[in-house]
Design a protein around this ligand. Structure first.
Ligand code: BES
Ligand code: MN
Ligand code: ZN
Length: 531
């Protein structure tokens, strides 16, 4: 879907040529003397429509309006959350209704946050998984115009949301692919393709290289599967080479049976989503390619299956991690932490300013936070705050969880340096305490996305979370760095736009993907190599 941003009020919106025009109406909204304001006022007076959230009214070719179809949607107090749900519902209802060009006019007073919400909601609701259907029926909407009171003021927010949406869709598609397609090898191929096409460095380690790096813990998880493991290393360079990168580590279990500690059958298919962390790292890189922020980012993805079998690792095994710490495996279903710990050790070589791992790690996190907020664990206050702020802004929120040392007591064992599980109590926290032992001295954060990476039931499918949070975090970091170096000081909007856009991007409101910086593209293509 192609996004556009425009300055539009209701009288301007009446002249907007499109197949469907969505008008968001807030409670107490005062109308002018234009065709759409009159339509809204008439409908409310006749009690055919209310401005309450969830209320809608469809009109066909109303007088004085260029759009074929007009949808009035109640938007309550007009908050970004309300904008999100109104746009989501409207796009979902129109995506297979012969609508190619759609526009939304946001209420008066709508700012950049509402623009973000509209873009995110439209992208989310227009995504349809079709890859493995024999008679695919996708979304018909090709162009989506966001009309707001001041397009120039909302430009940076618009770009951020549009770039994130591309990454989110990429992550959703990978997450939804069946596990016989989305193998570790496939993830690595996707990463290589991303690197080649978009100017990233990409390197893939196979079983031999991983053995040479002595990632004994990662190898133990992979050893029960016929599918060979892959360790993916992506590098995006948006700032000077000497600048310390942010390292993102994504759990890439492409199918989690539980191994010898096998899971029960109901809903086991959903364990194809156990590579949601990996998908979010690749999706974030996809968004970086769109937005080209001035920051360095490394992505690490340990990818393998967790299977039972004659060669599988088993409860009681003691394995040696890359860090040298020995681990007693008490439950082979606690495999995520076993592949992540070696990736965290590997991350040290990049001398990162921060390490963030993202993992569908524990059912306990689903019990604690449900599917609304991801669990956030962090050893660094500034990093924790920045991630929380990014989550709020991107409407992809998280919630901070504790890391008191007492929570780590249960991981003690007589037979190794550490056990891979503690008791049932505080399961998401003990998992985080296990990871913390491998995170080293750099600021580290862990996002447990077990509840947020996918939806079950009738709406089953990947959400692409927390790509929105991660992209916003990286943009904010890039912006903070550019503010530090800016002489003389510029307006905050200009700074945001500068951080979010390529150096030579044309000013304007068109949303075509900016071309990657030529220098980075050349360097990346030269260094990308396959196996
Ligand atoms: N991938 C699962 C976590 C999970 C389970 C996510 C259900 C979403 C829904 C992870 O590998 C796992 O199995 N964790 C165990 C840990 C336990 C054995 C300590 C869990 O949460 O049950
Ligand atoms: Mn498991
Ligand atoms: Zn798992």
């Amino acid at each position: 879907m192609d996004f556009q941003l425009k300055t539009l009020d209701l009288s301007g919106a009446a002249a907007e040529r499109c197949d469907a025009l969505l008008v968001l109406v807030t409670e107490g909204q005062r109308g002018g003397d234009d065709a759409l304001s009159r339509l809204v006022a008439d409908a409310i007076r006749a009690r055919s429509f209310e401005a309450k959230p969830g209320k809608t009214l469809h009109a066909w070719r109303p007088e004085g309006v260029a759009a074929a179809r007009v949808v009035l949607a109640g938007c309550g107090d007009g908050s970004p959350r309300r904008v999100h749900s109104a746009v989501h519902a409207a796009v979902a209802s129109l995506r297979t209704a012969g609508v190619r060009r759609m526009a939304v006019v946001l209420p008066t007073g709508a700012d950049g946050r509402s623009v973000r919400a509209a873009v995110a909601a439209a992208a989310e609701a227009s995504y349809v998984y079709i890859t493995t259907k024999s008679k695919p029926e996708g979304c018909e909407i090709e162009r989506f115009t966001v009309g707001c009171p001041d397009a120039a003021a909302a430009q940076a927010d618009f770009e951020a949301a549009r770039g994130a949406a591309v990454g989110i869709e990429f992550a959703r598609e990978l997450g939804n692919l069946p596990p016989n397609r989305a193998t570790p090898t496939h993830l690595a191929e996707e990463a290589m393709r991303l690197g080649k096409g978009r100017g990233f460095r990409c390197e893939v380690l196979g079983p031999r290289e991983v053995a040479k790096a002595r990632m004994g813990s990662f190898m133990a998880v992979a050893q029960g599967s016929e599918e060979p493991l892959r360790f993916i290393v992506l590098q995006y360079q948006g700032a000077a080479a000497a600048e310390a990168p942010v390292v993102l580590v994504g759990k890439g279990i492409t199918f989690d049976t539980g191994g010898i500690s096998i899971k029960p059958a109901p809903e086991m298919d959903e364990m194809k989503f156990d590579m949601g962390g990996a998908a979010s790292v690749l999706g974030t890189f996809r968004a970086l390619a769109e937005l080209r922020p001035r920051i360095n980012v490394v992505g690490l993805v340990p990818a393998c299956e967790n299977m039972p079998g004659g060669r599988a690792f088993k409860p009681g095994d003691v394995i040696t991690s890359m860090s040298g710490q020995t681990i007693e495996v008490l439950n082979t279903d606690a495999e995520g932490r076993l592949i992540l710990c070696d990736a965290l050790t590997y991350a040290e070589r990049f001398k990162p300013r921060a390490i963030i791992d993202i993992a569908t790690l524990t059912g306990a996190c689903v019990i604690a936070l449900g599917n609304i907020r991801s669990g956030l664990f962090a050893t660094d206050e500034a990093l924790a705050q920045a991630l929380q702020d990014a989550g709020e802004l991107a409407l992809d929120p998280c919630w901070r969880m504790p890391l008191d040392d007492e929570y780590g007591e249960g991981l003690k064992t007589h037979f190794a340096d550490v056990a891979n599980v503690a008791g049932r109590a505080g399961g998401s926290i003990t998992a985080a305490k296990f990871l913390q032992r491998f995170a080293g001295k750099q600021p580290w954060a862990h996002l447990d996305i077990a509840g947020t990476a996918w939806k079950g039931g009738a709406a089953k499918g990947s959400t692409g979370r927390p790509v929105g949070l991660l992209v916003q975090y990286l943009l904010s970091q890039a912006q903070a760095a550019s503010i530090e170096s800016a002489r003389p000081a510029r307006s905050s909007v200009a700074k945001a736009a500068r951080a979010a856009r390529p150096a030579k991007a044309k000013e304007g409101t068109s949303a075509k993907a900016p071309a990657p910086r030529a220098r980075a593209a050349k360097a990346g293509a030269a260094k990308a190599r396959g196996r």
